[in-house]
Design a protein around this ligand. Sequence first.
Ligand SMILES: Cc1cc2nc3c(=O)[nH]c(=O)nc-3n(C[C@H](O)[C@H](O)[C@H](O)COP(=O)(O)OP(=O)(O)OC[C@H]3O[C@@H](n4cnc5c(N)ncnc54)[C@H](O)[C@@H]3O)c2cc1C
Length: 519
Amino acid sequence: MKYQYQIRVSPEEAANQHKLKQAVSRHGGIAKKDITYVNVLKRSIDARQKDIKINLKVDVYVKEAFTEEKIYLPDYQNIENKEEIIIIGAGPAGLFAALRCIELGFKPIIIERGKDVRTRRRDLKALNIEHIVNEDSNYCFGEGGAGTYSDGKLYTRSKKRGDVDRILKLLVGFGATSEIMVESHPHIGTNKLPAIIADIRELILNCGGEVLFDTRMTDILVLNNEVTGIKTLKGETINSKKIILATGHSARDIFELLHRKNVKIEAKAFALGVRVEHPQELIDQIQYKCDSRGEFLPPSPYSIVKQIGGRGMYSFCMCPGGIIAPCATAPGEVVTNGWSPSKRDQPTANSGIVVELRLSDFKNAEGNPLAAMEFQKQIEQKAWLEGGSTQKVPAQRLVDFIRGKVSANLPVTSYKPGVTSTDLGEVFPDFIHKTLQGGFKEFNKSMRGFLTNEAVVHAPESRTSSPVRIPRDPYTFEHVQIKGLYPCGEGAGYAGGIISAAIDGERCAEKCVESLQQS
Ligand SMILES: Cc1cc2nc3c(=O)[nH]c(=O)nc-3n(C[C@H](O)[C@H](O)[C@H](O)COP(=O)(O)OP(=O)(O)OC[C@H]3O[C@@H](n4cnc5c(N)ncnc54)[C@H](O)[C@@H]3O)c2cc1C
């Protein structure tokens, strides 16, 4: 027999099958000897009180053997000779669009400006050590997109966007741990993601799809408001009546191209701020209300949202046990973001702390669709100058930041290219700087001890979401003006994060196929 329970247990009980059986026996009044296995379906940590509890949804097998349910990939067919759909970008949106095309019997051809996931590592090394930014291969561009060398957090605030479990199952099918189906805040980790991405590519190729690396799209060919193909930097023309445009939020050249060609795009509000780094131990002490978190709890995350002078200020993409990464996509700018290995075992925790921006913050946002992007770019370029015109970022100790005082010295942080002690008031417009200063004090009210000079603020965290929207029809998903063009994923303004980008990729593929089947 199998019973399902929701139970609250200690971290130690949650981590040990023997103790878990004891807890279930107590909870359900079942003799422990009759319990063959307790299978955890969902797990979340409740750290609101000092006595931390783990909430579990479990299947309890009583006098019945447990067999693990295998997750299988869909039956992907050979589509080598089928009708082609061009997908620009091999990020989560582009890759999941390609997989869905194959499932539906169409041949995806992915055009990717960057390199395959393994070769891409060399460019990341050059960025971290030699401060060289390759405009086609960096933390945002290349196979797997911006999500590849990330924390791989797999939750989305918006469940409305689609079937999250379907994407998680596909990731498990491609080699991710099945734990991601269980955790309330699942993550994969930078060390595990590349192999999953490579397996997705291998499947696409084995089914007869194509993936063209080192191939930057430079033009979208349009005749009578209908797509006819694309041009690449290598000078090739690829004809196609269907193009899924999944180039991400950092492809400024794509936004500029669309604007030049009078293809309708709109300025979009986003959030911008800093990335703050604390010792992970300190975050654990604050969040778990303890001296040391012990062996049964993971490095703690945190999440804070505040209203400061009528503006939202919140933590973004928090990476427990993680590293701050240089995420510039062009020379002459600096950008920060964060990643963690699967074990989240680095000594520091980092998080974006960002201020909500509005269209009215950008000069002439009504008349200039690139206004938000230009605002973002200016801050990144200012930070580059203040940091010393390399990939070093301007930084300040947190308490000094609040007092507006240049730090006399800075500790070594996880940001490999290095930090330059600067008054960050020089980098940001006054309203962002003041909101951040006031907001950090408020954060300290929610997390006592957060405000410490052990913490270092790095600037800027500026690629939180796209500064441009590429508007599409809500039913057909085609661009509002150009037939056959499917703006997709985060760059188009329809996703934020790995999961929602993957979901949007699938939906764009479905809409594109629907239209081909009707024509
Ligand atoms: C360091 C870092 C950590 C992150 N951590 C997380 C996390 O833990 N969890 C999470 O959910 N999200 C995270 N994100 C955000 C997440 O990666 C993005 O939301 C997601 O990748 C967006 O997917 P996408 O497919 O829409 O675009 P992208 O992933 O940006 O992919 C776009 C692709 O298009 C390609 N491209 C661009 N222009 C062209 C062109 N002209 N021709 C051909 N190809 C082109 C790019 O090379 C890129 O591969 C992180 C991002 C970074 C940078």
